[in-house]
Design a protein around this ligand. Structure first.
Ligand code: FIX
Ligand code: ZN
Length: 417
């Protein structure tokens, strides 16, 4: 063993390597400047992120409808006052805003929102994209590219989709599996001969739609968000579209299908994007898909903490499954520590520990700063346990393992070129 790391040094080495290793952020909602208003950035967008909006309504006796009628600066000022000034910003989403501002060199101790706003006023979007990617040490992100979203469709139909190699694509197809009747009408409007009746002709046209958009977007994977009630197989459109369209097309295209499972959409519709809830899903559905479609690859993440242990066990059984991220309500230090340890104990380094889900560009800074610290801490524990057996590791091996976790495992799984 060349240069075995001393046990007393392993923690510091792991922390250093995790900080230095760049990340491939495999699921986000951020876009390059060419996507126009789809790119959100700056302190007012940070403050009005739907995570904070949900928390605001717990303090401010304000009807959500009244809040959503306010303009963005007024929303941001109310959130700043209620969540940061009148109450200590202890929640993860609140702390995240301050991590971003502090990382940018702003003095959060002054609690001066106008001073923070002034920092952004002179910035160009492309300048800030470079600054954020550098500060977050992110080499590339995967977008969420939804052809059913008019603003997104327009960008691609105008040929502006591929403008920055740091922004990779993922084809998002929720309506096909969540609202087949509505999707059939949309596809028919775009010239696909689909009808709500799921027959071979319709299946062929759905496959043509998917193939057209795979050609246009060159996605690393196809993705969908599914409710806890998702079952497979089950009677109805969802299983039919999966079996006859999505799985054959992704297998032929050689790209994984990403299933993000556990969202109960709009449990409180008055909160809009902030109104979604969580539920435990049936792991048997994922096991059946992985078992019945061995030539397909599946990226999977689960929104409920109660699904995490069985997700690790399921992933052990299927090498065509890659478990990823601490998604949304899971993306909190207490849970990230718990499930990262569980995953290392059950899966070794054969998983993707995190994605940011950033919806505002600046969030890359805090989501990766917080996650790196947590992942390094748990990894340090595991290497210390390992060295206590007399096993030795080199710095190169630690760098190899960390690179696999932060980018290599995902790249190999999607056939990254
Ligand atoms: O379905 C998704 O991609 C979810 O991540 C989003 O809908 C959700 O709003 C989010 O951004 C959570 O972090
Ligand atoms: Zn997301």
């Amino acid at each position: 063993m060349t240069h075995a790391v001393e046990s007393r040094n392993i923690r510091n080495l792991v922390r250093k390597v995790v900080q230095e290793s760049s990340v491939l952020d495999m699921h986000t909602h951020i876009y390059p400047p060419a996507f126009g208003k789809l790119l959100l950035w700056g302190v007012d967008e940070l403050l009005t992120y739907h995570y904070l909006a949900a928390e605001l309504f717990r303090y401010a006796g304000l009807p959500p409808e009244e809040f959503f009628r306010m303009d963005k600066p007024s929303q941001a000022e109310l959130i700043w006052q209620k969540l940061f000034i009148e109450h200590s910003p202890l929640s993860e989403s609140n702390r995240g805003v301050l991590t971003v501002l502090h990382s940018l060199g702003l003095d959060t101790g002054k609690r001066d929102l106008e001073e923070c706003r002034a920092y952004f006023s002179g910035l160009k979007a492309w300048e800030y994209v470079n600054r954020v990617f550098e500060l977050a040490n992110v080499e590339a992100v995967v977008m969420t590219n939804d052809p059913f979203d008019e603003a997104e469709r327009t960008v691609w139909l105008e040929g502006k989709g591929h403008t920055d190699p740091r922004f990779k694509t993922a084809l998002r197809i929720d309506p096909l599996l969540m609202d087949w009747e509505g999707a059939a009408r949309r596809l028919a409007g775009w010239g696909y001969k689909t009808s709500p009746e799921l027959n071979e002709k319709t299946f062929a046209e759905i496959r043509r739609f998917l193939t057209d958009w795979i050609e246009k977007m060159q996605p690393l994977y196809l993705a969908v968000s599914l409710p806890p009630s998702f079952r497979y197989p089950e009677p109805g459109a969802r299983t039919a579209v999966l079996e006859n369209c999505i799985l054959p097309v992704t297998a032929r295209a050689g790209i994984p299908f990403a299933m993000m499972i556990g969202v109960n959409k709009l449990i409180n519709p008055r909160l809009a994007l902030a109104g979604d809830g969580v539920g435990k899903c049936d792991m048997g559905a994922v096991e059946a898909l992985a078992r019945n479609f061995p030539d397909n690859r599946f990226l999977v993440t689960f929104l409920s903490r109660e699904n995490q242990h069985e997700a690790c066990v399921m992933t052990r059984k299927f090498s065509n499954v890659m478990l990823f991220g601490c998604w949304w309500f899971m993306n909190n230090p207490s849970i990230i520590r718990e499930i990262t340890a569980e995953r290392l104990e059950l899966l070794g380094t054969s998983f993707v520990p995190q994605h940011s889900d950033a919806r505002v560009l600046d969030q890359l800074i805090y989501k990766w700063s917080h996650s790196r610290e947590l992942i390094a801490g748990v990894l340090g524990d595991k290497y210390e346990d390992l060295l206590r057996t007399g096993w030795q590791v080199s710095e190169e091996e630690v760098r190899r393992d960390v690179k696999n976790l932060l980018s290599g495992n995902f790249k190999r799984f999607v056939g990254w070129k």
